[in-house]
Write a protein that binds this ligand. Sequence first.
Ligand code: GTP
Ligand code: MG
Length: 397
Amino acid sequence: MPYKIGLVGKPSVGKSTFFNAATMNSVDEGNYPFTTIDPSVGEAYARVECAAPDFGETCDPRNGFCVEGNRFVPVKLVDVAGLIPGAHDVKGLGNKFLSDLNEADVLIHVVDFSGETDIEGEPTEGHDPREDIDFLEEELDRWYLEILEKGVERFESKRQKKEVKLEEELAEQMSAFRIGKNRIKRVILETGLEMDPDTWDQDQRKKVAREIRLETKPMIIAANKMDKEKSQENLEEIRSDPEYEHLDIVPVSAHAEKALKNADEKDVLDYTPGAEGFEMNEEVSEEQRKALEKIEEFLDEFGGTGVQKSLEKALFEELGLMAVFPGGADGLGDRHGNILPDVFLLPEGSDAQDFAYTIHSDLGEGFIHGIDVRENQQIGSDTELSHLDVVEIVSSN
Ligand SMILES: Nc1nc2c(ncn2[C@@H]2O[C@H](COP(=O)(O)OP(=O)(O)OP(=O)(O)O)[C@@H](O)[C@H]2O)c(=O)[nH]1
Ligand SMILES: [Mg+2]
């Protein structure tokens, strides 16, 4: 199952524009709220250094693609409806939105940094993006709290009759968040609380809900519309506000990314997603040249459009994934002669056997040993792998 990144935020911040830029889809974009109602899922890519050049080879990707040593690994990107304050209370809409989000392993909160849309996504001026950051986190926390409360109730009613464990009841109630009882127990203990909800006050319950939310839905902020006038000022202000220090904020122009990809498709220029620049191919009109110069300035200032960077920060930093290539010690080709056709994303700290299971459960079950292809060295089931390793799995299956 590929990893899923969810785009969240209030209406009109540019979620669909970001989605289209990253996936080259064409879902509707509009400067009015709720342009998007039903979620779209598309294929975006995480960029990693390809291992093939280290072996003097060129790869043949089965999925994704490779450009000049940059290997683009498919992941899923989900564009959902905008969330507005109180959506949570509107039965149906809020819940639908939240359950669409459930599928996501990590979130990118798209925020309009220009301050030109109000909290409901309507045009305005001078809106403080911090309000948007706060409200979205609060909305998610309320949703988690509601489910936590149900789990606590369930625990309370059961424990009248028999011995039950809090973490087991909560894990059952929170199964949609894909968090097991051990992680729940760890979060509660790390919050400094006892495993007995009777000893928690309301603030502590909120804290538990929040910590479980952070654990199961890690999030970065995409500061979108950075090409607009007021955005820079807002970015500086928020970056220097100690209350927002803990956030990972990536400056983005979804517009710029889309313009570059469109121009690349038409061969007007060569642009590799995530690159800090582009190469012009042909003469363009004066108008186009001006627009491209503006984009170039943006890239120089921010080191790219930020779209690819947001995806990668979400996956590699927030979610803590790494990429590992399956490869043969006697040659990198598969039986059809394709060089390094696959690359898998898996959590940092995964060992050789975890990797085998990621490729196929049969390989995991029949695991005998692995080979670190770069070092040409045999490795055991519990040898931890590193980002960009190339590993052969020897299995009885
Ligand atoms: N200047 C600028 N405008 C942008 C950028 N990204 C999106 N927009 C504009 O912002 C408006 C809203 O974009 P959408 O992508 O439809 O926003 P959304 O978040 O999907 O909105 P809903 O579907 O209503 O929730 C459109 O007019 C876009 O053209 C950007 O990077 N820069
Ligand atoms: Mg939309």
